[in-house]
Each structure stands twice: as C-alpha cells, then as structure tokens.
Design a protein around this ligand. Structure first.
Ligand code: RAT
Ligand code: ZN
Length: 414
C-alpha cells in the first residue's frame, strides 16, 4: 500500500461511502402496509414542515388560511413562494431539487405539473423499491406511536410488514403528557390512575410489554425537552425509572432519547412550530452511569450540546451517539459535528439518520449526508496516511460499513 497516493485514497474513501448500504436508524416513514401513513410524491415533498416554516418567512397569510387549503394548494403556494419567487437555496429546498434530479426529472424546467404527472402512475410498493435503490438503503427504522389514533388500529390488524422496515416503540405521550395518555390507557383496559401508584406502574409495564410483543421494536424512543432532568420528581421521571428502564433492560432494548426540542413555541405553525434549546448533559451522564445495564441511543438538538455529548460517549460505552438531528441536518453543521465526533470517538458512533417523513426524502438526505461524511473521512484518512499508516481498501470499507449501519446493529446486540 505504500504507493497509495492521496488521490487514490480519496477515490477509495468516496467510492466506499457511495457504495455503503445504509440502515437509516430514525425516520418517520411507514411500510406500504400502513396505507396513507406512508407519504410520498411531489405534494408531500413540498408540504414537508421544514418547508412550511420557511414559506411563512415570506408571507403575511394567516396560519389558518394555509391550513384550510388542500394539500395540493399548499404545495402550489410553497412552490411559488420558495422556488419561483425566491431561489431555493435552503437545505430543505435544495433537497426537493436533488430528489427530482435523481429521479431523472428536468429540474431546469421548473415545471411543477410535469413533476406531478411523473408520480401519478406510480404505486407505493414500486416507489419504495425506487427510493431504496436510489438512496442505497437496506433498512429503514420507523417511528411507531401506539397512542396515535391513525396508527394504532393498523397495528391491531396488521399481518406482516415489509421486512426492510423496522419498528420503534415511540412513547412521547406516555412520558410528556401522562394525564391525557392515562385516559387513553384506561379506555384500552389498563387500570391506571394519575397518582402513579404501584399498580399503575405495573400496568404501564404491561402496556409496554404488550406493545413490544406486537411491534417487535429495535428500541424504545422519546423526544424530550431541553429541561429534561433525571432523576426527576415528575410523572415522566417516575415512568422512566420504574417502567421504561426496567422494561428496556428486560428485553435488551436501548432507550432512544432525542433531547432538546421545545414543543410548539409557535402553535400556529403546527408540526413546524417546534424549536430548540440547550439541554443538561448531566442528565445523560447520570442515566448512563446509574444504569450500566441499560443502553442509550442519544441525539441532541442543539449545536451547543454536541461536544459534551461526544465527551459523555467517551465515558460511557452504553451510550451510542447518533445523527445530526433536524435543525442540525445542514451541511455546515454535519461537517463540523462529524469531524468533531471522529476526533473524539474514532469510528464508534452513528453519524447520521435521515428523519425522513416523506419517502422520497431518503434520496436527498442520504445523498447530501454521504457527500459531507465522505469529505470529512477523506481528511481523516489523509491525516492518517501522513503518519505513514496507509489504510487499505478493506479497512476503509470495514470502517464505513460500521458508520452507515453495522455500528447500530452491533450496539443492539451488546
Ligand atoms: O425532524 C422532524 O421531522 C421533527 O418534526 C421531529 O419529528 C423529530 O425528528 C422527532 O422525531 O421528534
Ligand atoms: Zn424524527
């Protein structure tokens, strides 16, 4: 390998990253068996909540007027505002164009009706194959909420799921709004009350066990606010301590914590109305050190938390850091965060997830992320080569397979 030049090395790294097949560890996608819950096509792409928030930057329209439009009317307005009247340079806008271009459509034409026409004849099943192929994905991890009125009945009657889609038991309502969730639990036959008595906690554990049996999830997950604390004298603190952690331990499942979201700072924007706040890394450290037999998959939303989260992962091997989440999934930040994680953690992290809500988005989110992750890795391997340690092609492929999927599967097996 001593004849390997920097250019060969760069070529090897870029090709290994391009060809790596992906396990997308957190998305909001569904398999076609979930019917309309699986979003795809140009109108869903254009009404992505990231784009809705950006559209309102330019409009005086009352929020309700927007929400009373049909999906196609909303998509028309987003297109006009963000693509026609302004150049679409934001990451979410650029994403739509990457998707169209990778599908072979004429981006230059700026022809929304032609794009609509392209999708009209497709079925969800065939389009899943197209997107998985273009994004080079093996597995997509869903977000499955048993408290969701549209999703729950599907689980109760589902036979089987496309094996490329894996489930995750998402428990935000249980942790973050127990009072209303307890009423739902009661109506489903669980003997719970809001006092969180011993009996109630046992019933919550029964609920979790039953849904684990039904969904066969890869992990349990919740998004949590910036002021999330642990231990905490609150329903959330008690439920995590007495139900979530013991159940995760019993079934050998990680607890996925997505920390730092300020819900609905602007309710008029609905799903687009959430914001970000800095969180206390001490909470993550306390959980990891007090529960060494539990595994934690953690991502944090604020840029300010990224360095201390990587440092925490150096201290606790039961902590797996994943993804550049939501407002961090922008090239400048992915670059900075990925380089920093490599420097502190080597290859022992999961650099990215897509968070796709619309199937087609895996095409752009992964194309954009692959490019940045490859740039960072080229630098890192070049620095290595400068010492005289030239990585072989096999070593590079092994490392990259870890980052794009194997690290996740290995962590689940631990
Ligand atoms: O990124 C998003 O689409 C957010 O709205 C959230 O769904 C977030 O990713 C989450 O999982 O809570
Ligand atoms: Zn998400």
């Amino acid at each position: 390998m001593d004849n390997t030049t920097n250019r060969d090395l760069e070529q090897m790294v870029r090709s290994a990253v391009d060809n790596a097949s992906i396990t997308d560890v957190h998305t909001h996608l569904f398999s076609p068996q979930f019917g309309d819950l699986l979003l795809w096509g140009i109108d869903d792409l254009l009404t992505y909540h990231y784009l809705i928030a950006e559209t309102f930057r330019y409009l005086d329209l009352p929020y309700d007027a927007f929400w009373s439009m049909t999906k196609q009317e909303q998509a028309d307005l987003v297109w006009k505002t963000l693509f026609v009247e302004n150049s679409p340079i934001s990451e979410a806008c650029r994403g739509v164009l990457t998707v169209l271009s990778k599908l072979g459509l004429d981006v230059e034409a700026r022809d929304l009706s032609a794009y609509r026409e392209f999708f009209r004849s497709k079925t969800a099943e065939e389009y899943v194959d197209t997107c998985f192929k273009l994004a080079r994905i093996d597995y997509v991890v869903m977000t499955n909420d048993p408290f969701d009125d549209a999703e729950r009945p599907i689980w109760l009657s589902l036979d089987e799921i496309d094996p490329r889609f894996k489930s995750v038991l998402r428990i935000d309502p249980l942790l973050n709004s127990f009072e209303s969730s307890s009423r739902k639990l009661q109506s489903w036959g669980y003997e719970v009350d809001t006092s969180l008595s011993k009996g109630t906690l046992a019933e919550i554990r029964r609920f979790l066990s039953e849904w684990i049996a039904r969904m066969n999830p890869l992990y349990l997950a919740a998004s949590l606010p910036p002021d999330f604390a642990f231990p905490e004298d609150s329903p959330r603190g008690r439920i995590i301590e007495r139900c979530v952690l013991p159940i995760c331990k019993e079934y050998g499942l990680p607890f996925g914590m997505m920390i730092g979201v300020k819900k609905l700072v602007n309710p008029g924007l609905r799903l687009a109305g959430d914001s970000v706040g800095k969180s206390d890394i001490g909470t993550v450290e306390r959980l990891c050190s007090s529960y060494p037999d539990n595994k934690f998959l953690v991502t944090m939303l604020s840029r300010e938390n990224q360095h201390e989260l990587a440092v925490a992962a150096r201290k606790y091997r039961n902590l797996m850091v994943f993804g550049c989440w939501w407002f961090l999934n922008n090239p400048s930040l992915v670059r900075e965060i990925t380089a920093m994680r490599c420097e502190l953690l080597g290859l022992s992290f999961i650099p990215q997830h897509s968070d796709a809500r619309v199937l087609d988005q895996v095409i752009y989110k992964w194309a954009h992320s692959r490019k940045i992750i490859a740039d960072v890795l080229v630098d890192k391997y070049n620095d290595l080569a400068a010492t005289g340690w030239t990585p072989t092609e096999d070593e590079i492929r092994r490392d990259i397979a870890g980052l794009f999927g194997q690290n996740f599967w290995d962590f689940l097996k631990r």
